[in-house]
Design a protein around this ligand. Sequence first.
Ligand code: COA
Length: 318
Amino acid sequence: MNYARVSGTGSYLPSGVLTNADLEKMIDTSDEWIFERTGIRQRHMAAPGETTSDLALHASRRALDAAGLQASELDMILVATTTPDQIFPSTACLLQAKLEVGGCPALDIQAVCSGFVYAVGIADQFIRGGQCRHVLVVGAETLSRITDYTDRGNCILWGDGAGAVILSRSDEPGVISTHLHADGAHRSLLEVPAGPSRNDVTDDKIRMEGRAVFKVAVNTLDQIVDETLKHNGIGKGDIDWLVPHQANIRIIQATAKKLAMSMDRVVVTIETHGNTSAASIPLALDVGVRDGRIKPGELILTEAFGGGFTWGANLIRM
Ligand code: COA
């Protein structure tokens, strides 16, 4: 039986930082308000001209090094992003060119903050089916480019960054299960209205009904945790680490409570990373792996909720 196992992780944060103190000079807010409501103190910002594929390249090289692989050994490149460099080619194709490897399939996955969870599920299918041996799965975002820094209701959340994993064929699991969902009925609660087809709309920044999104996120993540545990016939105590999408510390705490996990079993990066959408889980995973908290053989649960709405989870044996 083929399984997809994490053979390497990597991440990259651009050097620019936007602190809550910086935001206090831009909008009517305070460090106390932001930290209390979100758990965020700062977020990283891509430099002018630094694109999503640039961030993805750094994270990918680190993941390849950790896996002991050359880019030429990749059978597929998936990039989960909501902030592609351009409409086309895909960011995955641009990343492929920067990695100087041609030939293998490369495509973007657009599921907003759930994009990495979706991409892992897709990569897993190609590896289980025997079509791929090594798949590069990246979550990368330059959300600062679609953030309205006059809208205090959401500009406090978003940050830039990239995380990557290599999934490699193995006899041992690996990605044990993936659970994906979407409900397209709530567009108005979280969206960027402009797009090339709706070309009469010029608003190309994130619009969000924060309180409504918060409620749906907590309920939905509760359900996805139940679904994952039930599907695998495991109990709450079987999970070693929760590696959640970093949307808001209060949403993360609610999921940890649901799992009866103490917060020291949860990888939390939101304080310094903010919400980096599709990049947040692979960024957190890489932090947890590199600082030695997440060890080979441990069971991790990822979960995410995002625009669409989309939501999902992966149960992974490291
Ligand atoms: N600084 C200070 N005050 C702010 C503020 C800010 N940055 N943003 C909003 N406020 C004010 C509001 O104007 C409102 O004032 P009022 O009571 O006088 O009308 C008050 O704070 C409460 O606003 P509300 O929007 O209800 O706050 P909240 O507790 O829901 O927190 C979010 C706002 C955005 C932090 C929170 O709703 C959230 O995190 N939602 C989930 C968003 C999310 O995770 N999205 C991504 C999903 S992937």
